[in-house]
Design a protein around this ligand. Structure first.
Ligand SMILES: *Cc1c(COP(=O)(O)O)cnc(C)c1O
Length: 286
């Protein structure tokens, strides 16, 4: 837990990014129950999604440690990436991930089949690890936050963390009913995030979804995000350029009206910054 001053305001930051470079942040929490699973339980993990996904990288690292096969289905990747993979994709392939590209037309159908093909020793993990499997590890994170809150006698606490699938924010809010959990949607709109969360259960009342005044597209470079990234780093902590920059940018638009202590849960993802920084560079934004 770090104290952090940003734009003249005090925050605490839970440094889950420091757990492990590959299995960092909320991916460590979401995969925690699998990390604890004996290696002989499975021989293969099957998943799907984007080819620079942080979840993909973390599952690849987990499978390498456990000596499990890792099969990952994606839409076709560009020719230049195939020739010279970068970032998360490069590392995941180096750790033995077997990539299965399917055409955009077949993607939904193939993904549907993955689940039905998974058997006893082959485990299906949904995109981004959005699964009840994630609850054990996030409950542990909630317990650490709760103990810290008691020890420091913090009465009114707000826990801030960005959402992709919303799994982390959802289980955090469910486990911490007396705390306000603030998040924002990085993928799609607010309705889409709620819909994703409702796969896990009814949305907890203490979970608040903040909206950014401006619509941003997922994982796209924006000058205002780079500025936040640069300032945060200068203030002492590096955050990821996809989820955290959007979360901080949104939070700052609402922070005046939020009462109580602010705790930001660092969700990791720093290895992905390499490819994001390339893209910012390409666009002349850094
Ligand atoms: C995966 C990820 C998220 C989103 O987590 P969800 O549980 O899918 O909402 C947020 N931040 C970072 C850095 C991530 O890698």
């Amino acid at each position: 837990m770090d104290r952090f001053v940003f734009r003249d305001r005090h925050y605490y930051v839970k440094r889950d990014d420091l757990i492990d470079p590959l299995l960092s942040g909320n991916k460590y929490r979401k995969l925690y129950s699998l990390i604890q699973t004996p290696a002989e339980t499975y021989h293969r993990i099957v998943s799907y999604g984007g080819t620079q996904s942080n979840a993909m990288l973390s599952i690849a690292a987990l499978c390498q440690k456990k000596e499990w096969e890792f099969h990952y289905t994606s839409k076709p990747i560009p020719q230049y990436l195939k020739k010279k993979p970068t970032g998360n994709l490069k590392m995941a392939l180096e750790m033995g991930m077997q990539l299965h590209e399917v055409t955009a037309d077949d993607y939904e159908k193939e993904v549907g089949l993955l689940k039905s093909k998974a058997g006893d020793s082959s485990l299906f993990v949904p995109q981004g690890g959005a699964d009840a499997l994630a609850q054990t590890g996030i409950d542990q994170l909630a317990k650490e936050i709760h103990q810290w809150q008691l020890k420091n006698r913090i009465e009114k606490l707000n826990v801030v963390t960005p959402s992709g699938t919303g799994t982390t924010a959802y289980y955090l809010a469910a486990a911490l009913p007396d705390v306000a959990v603030l998040t924002t949607h990085s993928v799609g709109d607010k309705a889409y995030l709620i819909q994703q969360m409702e796969v896990l259960g009814a949305k907890p009342v203490n979970l608040r979804i903040l909206q950014n005044e401006k619509k941003h597209h997922f994982a796209k470079p924006y000058a205002e995000f780079f500025e936040i990234y640069r300032e945060l780093k200068h203030a002492g902590i590096e955050f990821d350029l996809i989820y955290a920059t959007h979360m901080w940018h949104t939070l700052l638009q609402h922070v005046e009206s939020i009462e109580g202590t602010l705790l930001y849960v660092h969700s990791g993802g720093l290895i992905g910054n390499e490819t994001m920084l390339d893209r910012y560079h390409h666009k002349g934004l850094c």
